[in-house]
Design a protein around this ligand. Structure first.
Ligand code: GLC
Length: 637
């Protein structure tokens, strides 16, 4: 008894204070939530009621926002406050991202944590972990993780939700942010909702689109373009046990969610907040243009999609304002930019610079930068607040979404031009050093997309295979030049894991029946750790690329001229093979010049003067300079 009393006496001293301190802290925390809610409440309610006209469900949403806010850790709340105060943290020029598959890179989530030192050596402070939530175990039915069966469970072979939160915490200690996919357009057919819908439960059927009306299916088929015309044709999948079809715009095992049902919206927002609370910093909203369906339209980018994204933005600003929404909008530029919303009513913080990416490879194949100049001019003319995620390659195919109206004015038509690009990048065209494969070649429209790694597209695979040292020099130069061009743009540069060491295509997916049908696996190979040891040697492919990238990344971080707020312009240089980007900041000018041709060039500066080569540090006075084929310069004055 005595033994028990003593500590309770001691304890009784502090508890009296603690509840008070605790109550004060809780009151402060509540006040923060209430003031954030007050800032957005009216607009959020307005939009919600406009879409759903359901006050009870809106009230439930507000209650749940408070619950998720209360559950958010103090450490994350501090980070939220710091980010709110500092403004647009993700626009800082020292941000460098890397996108990776957990299993390819390190086996599982704890493996990623063990390799954070390597990622820091790569200068990376933003990691996009490719989809890791539970999916059907059969890989041929998981779409690389984009068919989610449970939004609150990590795929067992990759780890647990606790491992994820632990990784996020360790990343935050090192100033690294984590990005994950929020696949909101569909669930897998093994998700609990889908299983219950398949069993005929009306409540769950109403969360998807079911129909037995062939006329309706035919109308969708007529009006809505195909996402995967070859690997997954059609928009509906017939379920014999129900005698009905369910909408499946992507793969037949990915059932489109019905966002007309407020239950779907609310539950998906709770999933979103749950994941945010695990310590995610950037949430990539997957395939967002597709989430609202309306018969008689092409079911892409409808106004209701923007209402939903705007609501998500407000919900995250209320509960977890440190979070960045990254929209995956793989669409024409006119469709992409509206996803930023307006300055008063923002939607996504950041969007993929998809047209620039595709147009870059167009310039590589054509040795002509005119279309790219136009595209970059458009990007330069947008408000600086619009932040793009820039990349050379990602986990998906390249869809050749180019400005065909302009190409047509120049005498190049869409189908033959795409054919040329695909032939070039498969290495079928004379002079092409690229290697890779087609994706979803559609025999009806003649359309096809393309898959390969950056290194293979630049010629590193071919030169290595042929043992051609001279060709290898050019290929490495091209690869580094493209990264220099990537880093010279405003926005967040993302390196695709493996690109930092010139990883080439992986053809082993063909031996795996669960992957063989999807050529995107050609650039989803296991990370070649055995080659990482080569990065120390300047004689190796890995060392040359890794060393060059490290240096350029360091320069970008150190030089203010790379600030997102710098003035940017594209110089109309007379030679179409030359891309000339100019940045101005604080009275300094950067001329970033890239040679997209197979020949060396002599180039002219607008005037004779003293220029510093940022890569070598050398200062020289000149007006003309030599630029090798596929080389670049970053000159500052
Ligand atoms: C996104 C992903 C892609 C996936 C699709 C369906 O476009 O990037 O990999 O197949 O969504 O979820």
């Amino acid at each position: 008894m005595a033994e028990k009393k003593a500590p309770s006496k001691k304890a009784s001293k502090t508890p009296r204070k603690q509840p008070l301190a605790h109550a004060a802290a809780q009151a402060k925390s509540d006040a923060t939530f209430q003031s954030r809610l007050a800032r957005h409440h009216d607009e959020l309610r307005w939009l919600y009621m406009e879409l759903y006209n359901n006050g009870d469900m809106f009230a439930e949403l507000c209650d749940q926002m408070k619950r998720f806010y209360d559950e958010r850790s103090e450490k994350l709340k501090k980070l939220d406050a710091a980010r709110e105060a500092s403004g647009e943290w993700y626009r800082s020029r020292d941000m460098l991202g890397m996108q990776m598959y957990i299993d390819n890179f390190a086996g599982d989530i704890p493996g990623v944590e063990k390799n954070l030192d390597y990622l820091e050596r790569c200068n990376v402070n933003y990691i996009h972990l490719m989809p890791f939530l539970d999916t059907p175990s059969d890989k041929s039915r998981s779409d690389g993780g984009y068919a989610v069966s449970d939004f609150r469970r990590v795929k067992p072979e990759l780890g647990t939700m606790d491992d994820l939160a632990h990784l996020a915490d360790k990343c935050h200690d090192r100033g690294i942010s984590l990005c994950m996919d929020f696949v909101m357009n569909h669930t897998s057919d093994e998700h609990e909702w889908a299983r219950r819908a398949r069993a005929g439960e009306g409540e769950y059927m109403s969360r998807y689109f079911f129909t037995a009306d062939q006329g309706l299916i035919d109308q969708y088929t007529r009006d809505v373009p195909q996402v995967f015309p070859t690997t997954a044709p059609g928009h509906f999948t017939y379920l014999p046990e129900l005698g009905q079809s369910v909408m499946t715009q992507f793969y037949p095992y990915q059932w489109d969610l019905n966002y007309r049902n407020p239950r779907v919206f609310n539950e998906m927002m709770y999933n979103f907040l749950f994941l945010a609370n695990q310590g995610m910093d950037i949430i990539r909203i997957d395939a967002v243009p597709y989430i609202w369906k309306q018969l008689g339209t092409n079911c892409r980018n409808l106004p209701q999609v923007h209402t939903i994204v705007r609501m998500m933005r407000m919900i995250s600003e209320i509960v977890c304002p440190g979070i960045v929404l990254l929209g995956e909008v793989v669409m024409a530029p006119v469709e992409v930019v509206p996803y930023f919303g307006t300055v008063e009513k923002p939607e996504c913080h950041m969007l993929y610079n998809v047209t620039t990416m595709a147009t870059t490879w167009n310039s590589v194949a054509c040795r002509d930068t005119r279309l790219l100049r136009r595209q970059l001019e458009t990007v330069c003319s947008l408000p600086h607040e619009y932040t793009f995620l820039n990349y050379l390659r990602c986990h998906d195919d390249i869809g050749w979404g180019l400005d065909y109206a302009t190409l047509s004015d120049w005498g190049m038509e869409e189908v033959p031009h795409k054919h040329y690009l695909n032939e070039y990048f498969q290495g079928h065209t004379e002079g092409s050093v690229s290697r890779g494969e087609l994706y979803n070649a559609d025999p009806i429209t003649g359309d096809a997309r393309f898959c390969a790694t950056t290194a293979s597209m630049c010629g590193i695979e071919a030169a290595g295979f042929e043992g051609d040292a001279q060709a290898m020099d050019v290929a490495i130069r091209k690869d580094i030049m493209l990264h220099a061009y990537l880093l010279a743009q405003s926005g967040l540069p993302i390196i695709y894991s493996g690109d930092e060491i010139g990883q080439v295509n992986d053809y082993t997916y063909k031996d795996d029946p669960e992957k063989a049908e999807d050529s995107r696996y050609i650039h989803r190979g296991a990370f070649p750790w055995d080659l990482v040891k080569n990065v120390r040697s300047k004689k190796t492919v890995q060392g040359r690329i890794f060393g060059a990238l490290s240096k350029l990344e360091g320069i970008r971080r150190d030089e203010k001229i790379f600030d997102a707020d710098a003035q940017t312009e594209i110089v109309g240089y007379s030679d179409p093979a030359i891309l000339w980007m100019r940045r101005r900041m604080d009275g300094r000018t950067l001329d970033a010049v890239f040679n997209f041709s197979d020949e060396d060039r002599t180039l002219w500066m607008p005037e004779e003067g003293e220029y510093r080569d940022l890569a070598t540090g050398e200062v020289d006075e000149f007006q003309t300079f030599e630029l090798s084929a596929w080389d670049f310069r970053w000159y500052v004055h």
